[in-house]
Ligand binder design. Sequence first.
Ligand code: B12
Ligand code: SF4
Length: 491
Amino acid sequence: MKKSKNQNSKGTDVLFVIPPKVRYADQLKRIAMPIGVLSIASYIRQAGISSAILDAAAEGWDREIETGVLSSIDGKELLQYGLSDEQIIARIREYDPKIIGVSTAASSQIEPTLATTALIKQSFPDVKVVIGGNHVSHEYGEILKNESIDFVVRSEGERSFLELSQAILQERIDQQSLSSITGIAYMDDGRVVSTVPRQFISDLDALPFPAYDLIGHIDYGGNRFHGGIAKNEKIAEFFTTRGCPMTCDFCGARAMHGNRWRKNSEEYIESHLNHLINLGYREIVVEDDNFFVDKKRALRIMKLFKEKGLVWTEIGGVSISQLVKGKKVDTAFIDHIADSGGYRMYLALETPNLQIMTAAKKQQYFIEPSLAGDVVNYLNQRGISVFGGFMIGFESESISDVVRTAEYAKWLRTRGMDYAILFNVTPVPGTQLGTRNKEKLCGIMADFSFERRNFDTDQISSRDLNSLWPILMSYVNGEGFDVWQKEGRWA
Ligand code: B12
Ligand code: SF4
């Protein structure tokens, strides 16, 4: 690990902590540049508040331990990767912050996250602990039962966190000041107080570029990249939009960032790319939830990638229907992807079953399997590696429907797909699917990972689907999955 100029900056106002992560042994080890936190850090810096970042998962990547924690579904044991408690405490002591902001992206990671907040509060009782991110934004009532957490920031964090940290730093944490900060939750006299939700930022260009300098010492690329092996060790996650106009009823991203497709201008994007190039990045990962909603805009952005000599992958997930024109493969569009340095696409295919796509409110993005095969084949011909995302275990599905989806994925592999991931349908907090199935949840929080099943339907039990998952992944991906299973990384 390279030493950063931001390390050891004693007396920082805010230290952001990304906690260690958990996984089951047959799951991929995943980390990524924490863009949400980098964006907040940059936003508060403009207002004179200093911060640093401790990414305990990335910095402790090589340290993995057995936890002894077993899932109640099938007794499978959890592993944890990241810095040790002692290392985390020692690092926090070096920074000596007044506020610690803990970030949690996924529900599956909430247990190590809460263990980290408890550790922090025990060792630094006077430091205010603020938590933000996906799971806690929806489940703040439950989360605030943990005495180690002083505040939850709900949903988009930049403006709420700035106002909250100003209140904390200026010692104005009385009811009156707090109640005027929208988008936060806290306990008052044993009662959960949740202020009015914060409006989404409509002009994304008003945000400064994420504070990449704070994690310049960490490489998120190469074979640590969560979306397949990256060409470079140094890669930057990159968003040109927030939110998604679609209404898929299982989607946690939409639940978090809203239904309006908010976008950066192309001038902003060009300056953002120049900024990354100046920092030494040559590879970017487009993480937008729905990058190709406006294909003409996407073409102009791809032109920028090409002009600047970048290579790029798309991993936020694009709909395969966006790569067709009428009933044919949109070869011209795919040619542009290839010519602009795009070398891998993550296609959200979900299922070959139109009824199921319709029930999930995603039917507009359905295309016939044979046409999907032609798209995959053309991407492959143009040298673009294809990862496919599929969803198994929808509420109305039987085991044979699940097997049919796996067969579809396997067939697409014969047409040139490099890897197919079978994601379990998961009732994520904040989604319609999540609300409908709350009573049916089982297992532990780590089972919220999409590579595990955590709710029973009339036709499929979690236990059965969890036993079947590695068999189907192996059937579809062959040796590629063996490496994933044995080493927690891409082959
Ligand atoms: C990149 C990414 C990852 C990265 C990590 C991201 C990170 N931040 O650390 C990696 C690859 C590790 C990852 C993994 C997983 N992910 Co993911 N991921 C994403 C993705 C595509 C983008 C995240 C992002 O950067 N967004 C952009 C920034 C600007 O938004 P943000 O992160 O939400 O941050 C804002 C607020 O949340 C808040 N905030 C965030 N942190 C903090 C901290 C503080 C102190 C404060 C005040 C505020 C705050 O303010 C930020 C700025 O506005 C999201 C989808 C999405 N669009 O968000 C899914 C998403 C978060 N992932 C999801 C899931 C399910 C997973 C996995 C379980 C998938 C799997 N099967 O493995 C795993 C978890 C396992 C693991 N090891 O982490 C779900 C989470 C749903 C849920 N409740 O569980 C999402 C929403 C995708 C979806 N469509 O459902 N993921
Ligand atoms: S699944 Fe994709 S298309 Fe559907 S709402 Fe989520 S981001 Fe949008």
